[in-house]
Ligand binder design. Sequence first.
Ligand SMILES: O=c1ccn([C@@H]2O[C@H](COP(=O)(O)OP(=O)(O)O[C@H]3O[C@H](CO)[C@@H](O)[C@H](O)[C@H]3O)[C@@H](O)[C@H]2O)c(=O)[nH]1
Length: 338
Amino acid sequence: MQGATVTITGGTGSFGSTMVGHLLTRGVGEVHILSRDETKQDDMRTRFADSRLKFFLGDVRDPDSVADALIGTDFVFHAAALKQVPSCEFFPQQAVKTNVLGSHNVVEAAAAAGVRAVVFLSTDKAVYPVNAMGMSKALMEKTAQAFARSHPGSRTTVSLTRYGNVMYSRGSVIPLFVRQLQAGLPLTVTEPRMTRFLMSLPESVGLVEYAFTHAEPGDLFVRKAPACTVEVLARAVASLLGVEAPELKRIGTRHGEKLHETLLSREEMVKAQDRGDYFRVPLDARSLQYELYYEEGAPEANTFDDYTSENTTRLDLEQTKALLLQLPEFQALAGSAR
Ligand SMILES: O=c1ccn([C@@H]2O[C@H](COP(=O)(O)OP(=O)(O)O[C@H]3O[C@H](CO)[C@@H](O)[C@H](O)[C@H]3O)[C@@H](O)[C@H]2O)c(=O)[nH]1
């Protein structure tokens, strides 16, 4: 990173801000932030007050704006995305434009600019997708992998990361539970048995950095993560705010939601290499010869299970509380609840 120029698409979001803070302490030369929202850019400019940050107003849908931001860039973290399940459900063509076509623009512009590495950020919802957000992210993954497969000699190394729910991220269930508790309202639980992987924001940045450092073209990386049910999550949040018997209001599964999420499919688990905190899944570099698809299977796939939020390490109430207490937000809240 020393002296390098890094571009972060969607750089004003939670991931972008955390990554920028991290890069600035690692001697980065310049960070280009490409995003659509001028107000968020201005907030970030004043917050960091660092001349190494350069802001590019634009959109991954607009190839010219991507090409502009990538001039002189060594590395790209592609975080720009439409990631809300409901909005993508109502406007799937918008998800295609940003998540699929926008990602294609990023990989093409990166190759044209001679960028050395691009890391794409994906989600567990892209595995066996049931909603438009997950489907469009799955196609983003295929777009990145297709580039790696069809450009074996490229200077640009493309890799992917997939992550699960980031705890306390904007618009997610944990800050919602906190607000409900503070207002004295019941906690709205969709389906008590539903499970989700739990990751912190610094862990998601660590995953992207790991991919960036270790990737061969087309690699996919996930971080091993524990999970809990939403009932346990609701009770853990309540307990940390001093409410031991919270009222839970069951609202039922929302549109496009799965009971459990999958970080790696069984076909990916067959090829996955265990790297301690991470799994690395190398590119399926089979050529596009039809007979390989029609006539050759992979019998070993039948002996593996998917890696899911149901079969990963399951946290109980006390373990979930301990995990939440590692977040700065809960340290502040638990302190004020005492
Ligand atoms: O009032 C609520 C809202 C949500 N939930 C549940 O809480 C869990 C987490 O929900 P939420 O925080 O809304 O996250 P997800 O819908 O799982 O999606 C998030 O996590 C994904 C990664 O899996 C990201 O890609 C998405 O952008 C992000 O919104 C789910 O089981 C929900 O059913 C409730 O029980 N009650």
